[in-house]
Design a protein around this ligand. Structure first.
Ligand SMILES: C[S@@+](CC[C@H](N)C(=O)[O-])C[C@H]1O[C@@H](n2cnc3c(N)ncnc32)[C@H](O)[C@@H]1O
Length: 295
């Protein structure tokens, strides 16, 4: 059983809204159209894309929507009055979202949020129903697991990062199954957009690369993200067993030998600390699935 306490994630979501500013700005510029009046970011987290959309097209009204009040507070601070922030959940059908957005939308963006809805197809149907004729629904989901580490780190078995990805994939399956009322969606995102009545569904993926050596600030961010991922796999720092955070009941996601290696890699006082290496890089591919409301 895995239960995510989004309030506990609020600070991390704010940090990623700040860290992903350039990516959000570039994607926002490619998505907006002159004449768009209403745009929404659903499951907005720290509000990074909501802010980028408002900056890309200042004449439009942008609404940031999230189901968690603490997360929404972070979005409110981050977007600094540029966007309207509203509390609503994708798990309750279209009406609360329609009220939150307050108009048909020309563009709806939802990044890594639909996969937290109990019934993903129902959530996509609801989002599609909020579009103005010709409006676009953009779902940022999937892509490829990011790569940061050399294959052989000189400690432990090579391929450590691949095995962390595999463990996370198993974690993800249990997370989905743990959502109350969880409904499987045994098909891809463009098919889901098409089933929601949208046309010309397609995908474009954005590759981002920062070669080694990373700046110390970037390296610290990578180390921090591994710390978060390992804590999630071990249930540490998340009120283990008390119904908070990423609670993982009696499940070993990572091989104990790999876990011991991760502890060495993340120990700032140890000889293998990642935060001192010059050979870490960032290679990431994120997919954006787009569908259009009929005119
Ligand atoms: C993984 S975060 C992604 C945040 C942001 N969109 C991003 O890409 O960084 C998922 C977000 O979806 C929100 N969320 C989860 N379930 C939701 C639901 N049913 N309705 C609306 N928002 C939801 C969470 O509070 C969280 O802010």
């Amino acid at each position: 059983m895995i239960e995510i306490d989004w309030a506990e994630e609020a600070g991390r979501l704010r940090a990623s809204a700040e860290g992903e500013g350039d990516w959000n700005a570039a994607v926002a510029r490619s998505l907006v159209r002159d004449g768009d009046k209403v745009m929404a970011d659903i499951g907005c987290g720290g509000g990074g894309m909501a802010k980028a959309l408002a900056e890309a097209l200042p004449s439009a009204t942008v609404v940031a929507v999230d189901a968690d009040p603490d997360v929404l507070e972070q979005a409110r601070e981050h977007t600094g009055g540029l966007v309207r922030c509203e509390l609503a959940s994708m798990d309750e059908g279209a009406e609360p979202l329609r009220r939150a957005i307050d108009a048909p939308a020309d563009l709806i963006w939802a990044s890594a949020s639909v996969h937290h809805a109990a019934d993903q197809q129902a959530a996509i149907d609801a989002l599609a129903s909020l579009l103005a004729p010709g409006g676009r629904l953009a779902l940022a989901e999937g892509g490829l697991p990011a790569r940061y580490l050399p294959w052989d780190l000189g400690v432990g078995e090579p391929g450590l990062e691949l095995r962390l990805d595999l463990a996370q994939d198993k974690w993800f399956k249990v997370m989905r199954e743990s959502l109350p009322g969880s409904v499987p969606m045994p098909y891809g995102w463009t098919e889901a957009l098409t089933r929601a009545g949208l046309t010309d569904a397609t995908t474009r993926s954005v590759l981002t690369e920062t070669p080694a050596p990373l700046t110390q600030e970037r390296l610290d961010g990578v180390v921090q993200s591994f710390q978060t991922r390992i804590a999630r796999m071990t249930g540490e720092g998340h009120g283990h067993g008390h119904g908070h955070g990423h609670v993982v009941a009696d499940q070993e996601w990572l091989d104990p030998e790999d876990l011991a290696v991760w502890k060495q890699l993340l120990d700032p006082d140890g000889p293998y600390f990642l935060g001192r290496r010059r050979d870490l890089a960032v290679l990431s591919v994120r997919s954006i699935h787009l569908g259009y409301a009929p005119r």
